[in-house]
Design a binder for this molecule. Structure first.
Ligand code: BTN
Length: 251
């Protein structure tokens, strides 16, 4: 097992992703190393958003893996790893919202921020930052209708440390397969069967522009394949777009 073999634990960090990137840049990181914090003062979300912090309640962790930046789909696969982790622990009927949000009852339980980074030795790394709302009791007002936690959904508290261990284990399972040359094609059916964005009418927001379309497929590069009103098809990559349901945040 590579992922989680070396764990750096902190009571407080600004962002586990930022700390992990520093470790990679200064050459002190090895593939599989992880950073975990009890609390983040400046947790980052996708597309420049922030990630809510409730000290000790959420899982805030970043995993460093050596992998070519060509494998942009890796963030979708680690979404599956996080989904398996939370499903096994809670039994909740969770689903993935493309690319890697984990959703229950139209609210988000987990988000993933993947960032590319060059190691001091010249090799390419990804930092996979995972935030899971575990024992969170409340969210800021603006997130109340968009975010939930496993505690709020089940009434039960879960050990954040145990969940972290299970997450590293699940991620390791996929990382080993990827290292053995398996591409997204190996995981795509599993991804699609857990993806609530597929076959939905959505609004894609890209560079501040909104486009209404229907999601018709996920490509082998992990892109969302959408069909526009004029029948034209378009591939959307996860680094640049967010998706909203026509009836609101996710539906
Ligand atoms: C998103 O859904 O927008 C992605 C959220 C990612 C949050 C995690 S928490 C641990 C890691 N460190 C960060 O600063 N962000 C990620």
């Amino acid at each position: 097992m590579l992922i989680g073999k070396n764990v750096s634990y902190f009571t407080e960090l600004n962002s586990t992703n930022d700390y992990a990137k520093k470790m990679i840049l200064n050459g002190s990181a090895q593939s599989g190393d992880v950073v975990i914090a009890n609390s983040q003062t400046a947790g980052k979300g996708r597309l420049g958003r922030s990630w809510a912090d409730e000290p000790g309640a959420g899982l805030y962790t970043s995993v460093m893996i050596k992998l070519s930046p060509k494998n942009t789909w890796v963030t979708l696969v680690f979404g599956l790893a996080a989904l398996n982790t939370i499903k096994k622990a809670t039994g909740l009927p969770l689903m993935l919202k493309w690319p890697n949000d984990i959703i229950l009852n139209n609210k988000k339980v987990c988000g993933i921020l993947a960032e590319g980074c060059k190691h001091l030795d010249g090799s390419d790394y990804f930092v996979i930052g995972v935030g899971i709302n575990v024992n969170n009791k409340a969210f800021p007002e603006e997130l109340e209708d968009k975010a939930t936690s496993t505690f709020l959904e089940t009434g039960e508290s879960y050990s954040v440390t145990k969940l972290a261990k299970h997450l590293y284990h699940e991620m390791d399972y996929y990382y080993e397969k990827i290292q053995n040359g398996e591409g997204f094609a190996s995981f795509i059916e599993q991804y699609k069967s857990n993806c609530l964005t597929l076959n939905k009418d959505v609004t894609v927001i890209q560079n501040k522009e909104s486009v209404s379309c229907r999601v018709v497929d996920i490509s082998e590069a992990g892109e969302l394949i959408v069909k526009l009103d004029n029948g034209e098809k378009m591939a959307i990559s996860s680094g640049e777009a967010s998706v909203r349901g026509v009836l609101g945040y996710l539906q």
